[in-house]
Design a protein around this ligand. Structure first.
Ligand SMILES: *Cc1c(COP(=O)(O)O)cnc(C)c1O
Length: 369
């Protein structure tokens, strides 16, 4: 007996490759170093990294030490540079060394812990340094970076390969905060003339040459989100979540749909019940404002439950088993995020929760087997 059809998450590696080159083109002159934290934004860091390596990426970022170890294993013999944004906590030294990971130090405590590990082992530890230029989240305050340089001893045993910072308002090109952070970063980078410099993530990579420095660190735009948190013709959809129609039913105008009575049919219509819900990553808050794609049109979403979503079919002919696109090349990531009052990053990382992942396109396209 055939298994019932289920939700399917497709990850288009060819679209990922196009986005990588679109960003690299935009950031020409700088190295494009993909950020693959949270298992590659929920899409599978291994296949994504191997394809990006094939496209020319040699430096990568993750958040956690364990993500770095997993990425090292996934890249196998490929000698990639892997930065760990969580930095260095006391005791983590052997794991960094074993997996050849580069911690991005973001506090004096971390600098001290890394330096004392290097001294104790008699090794030179390659590190990055994150400086807070005004986002007020992570990184050494600028004054502390200055003090560190004054006390040159603080960096003994550390080979500082990258100095970086992160923009708080990169998605708003006109926001004066970008220029303020840029000015602060330029001053900081002069303190570390030997290190490469990096300021821009996805959004920043599109802000023009001043923001590029030696390296840009895109994450979400690789996976289909426009640099200004809205659909952008330069960026293609990578993740596609589709689910089958389980059932079709009619409702009269004003009848309540699903739990509670606040959501009601706008008119006498037919509904399709789709086999994916918030357990599959469809954000519940996106109902009403989000649209699903079926038979050539965007359709209103009435409700999102744990395993089911209900959309408006109108009089469009449909059969159970036909697939509906809840996210993809038509039901766009940034539109879904806006409808949910969220951002593309959150929508993406939720997708991995249940659906079977299918990869389209090869990890190494010209390697025939
Ligand atoms: C997550 C992150 C990035 C990537 O950000 P996107 O908005 O996904 O491009 C880059 N740098 C740092 C420090 C980050 O935390």
């Amino acid at each position: 007996m055939a298994l019932p059809p289920r939700a399917r998450l497709t990850i288009d590696l060819d679209a990922l490759a196009r986005n990588y080159h679109a960003i690299a083109h935009e950031a020409a002159g700088a190295v494009t170093a993909p950020v693959l934290k949270a298992d590659g934004y929920g899409l599978g860091a291994g296949p994504v990294a191997r394809r990006l390596w094939h496209e020319g990426a040699r430096s990568f970022f993750v958040a956690r030490l364990a993500e770095g170890e997993a990425l090292r294993a996934a890249l196998g013999a490929h000698q990639a540079e892997i930065f760990v944004l969580d930095g260095f906590v006391a005791g983590s030294g052997p794991r960094h060394v074993a997996a050849q990971l580069t911690p991005v130090l973001s506090s004096l405590t971390q600098v001290t812990a890394a330096a004392s590990f290097a001294k104790g082992e008699g090794v030179v530890l390659t590190c990055g340094l994150q400086v807070d230029t005004g986002m007020n989240r992570q990184g050494l305050p600028v004054a502390a970076a200055n003090a560190l340089i004054q006390a040159l001893d603080g960096l003994r045993g550390l080979d500082l390969t990258l100095v970086m910072s992160h923009l708080g308002s990169g998605a708003e090109p006109e926001n004066p905060r970008n220029r303020a952070q840029l000015d602060a970063f330029q001053a900081v980078r002069r303190l570390f003339p030997e290190a490469r410099a990096s300021l821009a993530a996805s959004a920043g990579a599109f802000l023009g040459p001043d923001f590029r420095f030696d390296m840009v660190r895109p994450g979400v735009s690789l996976f289909g989100s426009g640099p200004q948190e809205r659909p952008d013709p330069r960026i293609a959809a990578v993740a596609c979540l589709e689910a089958p129609i389980l059932d079709i039913r009619s409702v009269r105008a004003g009848e309540p749909i699903g739990y509670g009575t606040s959501i009601r049919a706008a008119y006498h219509t037919r509904l399709a019940v789709i086999g994916a819900g918030y357990a599959d990553g469809v954000i519940r808050a996106a109902r009403r404002a989000a649209r699903a794609w079926f038979a050539g049109d965007l359709r209103r979403i009435y409700i999102v439950d744990m395993d089911m979503t209900v959309i408006d079919l109108g009089d469009t002919p449909a059969q159970p088993g036909e697939m509906v696109e809840l996210l993809g090349p038509h039901a766009l990531l940034d539109d879904l995020a806006a409808a949910a009052g969220s951002i593309a990053h959150e929508c993406l990382v939720r997708l991995g929760s249940r659906g079977d992942r299918v990869y389209l396109g090869a990890e190494s396209p010209d390697v025939r087997n």
